[in-house]
Design a protein around this ligand. Structure first.
Ligand code: GTP
Length: 608
């Protein structure tokens, strides 16, 4: 395919606006996949089980299709992008390999928070944007109103908007035509020295690392010797091809094409996303790479049965091969034993990772409360703390801590007017600052209310636990939310520890804002009281900040002789029970003379 017959595009949209459904239709229409009875949603691009279950795209996938237009065969490369804020880096990465994007908007919902953020990423990258209104088959569809919204928000001419139903296939043909007509072909030169962008990689048990690349210039063939600008390592291409939508080997890939390569790359840490590949002996200027991803939410992961640590660690290592944005270090806790401390891009990212761990590796894990990275500024140095156990005991004027800063995000929330008050309240209760709002449109009289966009700054720590679900429930599911990093700001924070019989439980330490310390302390102590089994003696459960006790409950004593309640004198039965009790003792953690089964931590930490 000469490059004038190639188009590289992606579909960008808010979550649930129909990206995967549209991708399926495009692949069917071009004969890339078989058409099933109409209306079924195979979502071939959503490969991972967790994606199918949750209906979200987590890892961007790529597929090539062939479309005949004006008697000429065109190669259309679709680069799928995830829709969720946590995965914004995947979006930026996918868009770097494209010249155009379909901006898909659900015509029953209108412009949502991520519609705005992905639009801006695409525009900044200079992509040709094709606006598309989806779900026009639905009775609640309001194409004119949403088109006006797109005009006022993005300065898009309503005449340029395509109206489709990805579900029924209505209008989808027009998208193929628009891709060919409106999106420019890639501008590289087939004869120039090889220059390829590595934009994703996956790990294959047999072939090692498979990299997804976009050839900017030149031609790549099987057997070619290539080198990485970043690591300077050299490789030989053993296999290459296009994703159609599964891997389809070809003899070469040329400028403008998107495809996969296998080379003798053994370790996935060698595949740097954003790296430039060139031919050995023909060095090129590296392309602007991607920002390295920064973990914003940290949590400890421990096996329920501490004997499983090595197995868990192995599973985590294998999983991070397919998701390199997760950072991993070892951590040990006196309460939970050996574990790993993982860094994630956000809480959904964390949930998805945990679910994948459970699905794919059958791991039973305990995850500690998520923590964001805090900056602790001492008189002579600044330390980034992402584990509460490393947070200084006291941060008042008597300590040598000058101040503590926490990460802030610039949040935007789009919500129907009726819920504006609720959402403002929600933001204030999560320490919002610089709260402001404006209207995206004026509504359409009785049928639907005006949509407002609320902007504010929020501490990141406030949105890592439960903010999303609160937002959804307080807006009856109508609010959409997006955020970007907003730097650090000084904050009044303290470390809260929980004491069992006066001994701290390290795995439960939290960093809290002073304004909420009472409420948080009380709630946790209550929860511990309800979950921790009673002992032979009375056990105080306390929440403390420094030396100060914030909250307390007392666990009353009980007799633990399990045989006491047995009727009669069945000796073997009695022996067996005592035996069982001994065995379970071994699995117990002993904190401040209190025996705690590891499962108790699971129960304590799983509920918010
Ligand atoms: P993420 O991958 O999570 O970002 O979602 P998505 O944008 O890929 O959305 P998806 O394709 O999963 O569609 C979301 C829901 O909308 C599914 O239940 C689809 O069946 C439905 N849907 C998509 N397009 C249409 C359409 O044109 N009409 C109707 N009625 N439903 C649609």
């Amino acid at each position: 395919y000469p490059s004038e017959l190639i188009r590289n595009f992606s579909i960008i949209a808010h979550i649930d606006h129909g990206k995967s459904t549209l991708a399926d239709r495009l692949l069917e229409l071009t004969g890339t996949i078989q058409k099933k009875e109409s209306g079924t949603n195979k979502q071939v691009l959503d490969k991972l089980k967790v994606e199918r279950e949750r209906g979200i795209t987590v890892k961007a996938q790529t597929a090539s299709m062939i479309h005949s237009f004006n008697g000429q065969q065109h190669l259309l490369n679709l680069i799928d992008t995830p829709g969720h804020v946590d995965f914004a880096w995947e979006v930026a990465r996918s868009l770097a390999a494209c010249e155009g994007a379909l901006l898909l908007v659900d015509s029953t919902q209108g412009v949502q928070a991520q519609t705005i953020s992905v639009f801006h990423v695409a525009r900044e990258r200079g992509l040709k944007i094709i606006p598309v209104l989806n779900k026009i088959d639905m009775p609640a569809s309001q194409p004119e109103r949403i088109a006006a919204q797109m005009q006022s928000t993005f300065d898009i001419n309503p005449e340029d908007i395509l109206h489709i139903s990805a579900k029924t296939g209505q209008g989808v043909e027009s998208i193929l035509e628009a891709i060919v007509k409106r999106i420019p072909p890639p501008s590289g030169h087939t004869k120039a020295p090889l220059k390829a962008l590595l934009f994703d990689s996956l790990y294959d048990r047999y072939r090692g690392v498979i990299s997804l690349i976009n050839i900017q210039d030149g031609t790549l063939r099987k057997g070619d010797k290539i080198a990485s600008c970043h690591t300077r390592k050299k490789y030989e291409v053993t296999e290459l091809g296009i994703m159609h939508p599964e891997e389809l080997p070809t003899t070469s890939l040329q400028s403008g094409q998107v495809g996969y390569i296998a080379c003798n790359m053994k370790n996935s840490s060698e595949a740097h996303i954003g790296d430039t590949l060139h031919r050995v002996g023909e060095p090129v200027e590296p392309m602007e790479g991607f920002q390295p991803t920064k973990a914003m939410v940290y949590a400890g992961i421990f096996p329920i049965d501490s004997n499983d640590f090595l197995k868990l660690e192995e599973s985590i290592k294998r999983l991070t091969l397919t998701d390199r944005s997760v950072t991993v270090t070892r951590e040990s806790s006196s309460a939970l034993g050996q574990g790993c401390r993982l860094g994630f891009l956000g809480t959904l990212h964390m949930d998805v990772f945990r679910q994948r761990l459970e699905d794919e590796y059958d791991a039973n894990v305990i995850i500690t409360a998520p923590t964001v990275p805090y900056k602790v500024i001492y008189k002579d140095r600044t330390v980034l703390v992402s584990n509460p156990t490393e947070f200084p005991e006291v941060t008042d004027s008597t300590s040598n801590v000058k101040e503590v800063q926490e990460p802030i995000v610039n949040a935007s929330i789009i919500v129907p007017d009726d819920y504006l008050g609720e959402i403002m309240d929600l933001c204030f209760s999560h320490r919002a600052d610089s709260l402001d709002h404006r209207y995206l449109d004026s509504g359409s009289g009785s049928t639907s209310s005006a949509r407002a966009i609320v902007t504010c700054t929020l501490p990141l720590s406030e949105i890592v636990t439960g903010f999303f679900s609160e937002l959804k429930s307080r807006s009856s599911g109508f609010a959409s939310f997006d955020y970007e990093e907003g730097g650090y700001a000084k904050s009044n924070l303290a470390k809260m520890v929980f004491l069992l019989n006066s001994r701290p439980i390290d795995a439960l330490a939290l960093i809290v804002h002073r304004s909420a310390q009472q409420a948080i302390g009380r709630a946790w102590v209550k929860k511990l009281h309800s979950i921790i089994p009673r002992q032979m003696f009375e056990v105080p459960i306390q929440a403390a900040i420094g030396k100060k006790i914030i909250a307390r409950e007392t666990l009353s004593a009980m007799r633990a002789d399990v045989t006491a309640s047995l009727y009669g004198g069945d000796v073997t039965r009695k022996m067996k029970l005592l035996e069982n009790q001994k065995a379970s003792k071994r699995k117990m953690k002993r904190i401040g003379q209190v025996d705690l089964p590891q499962e108790a931590f699971y129960d304590i930490l799983k509920s918010k």
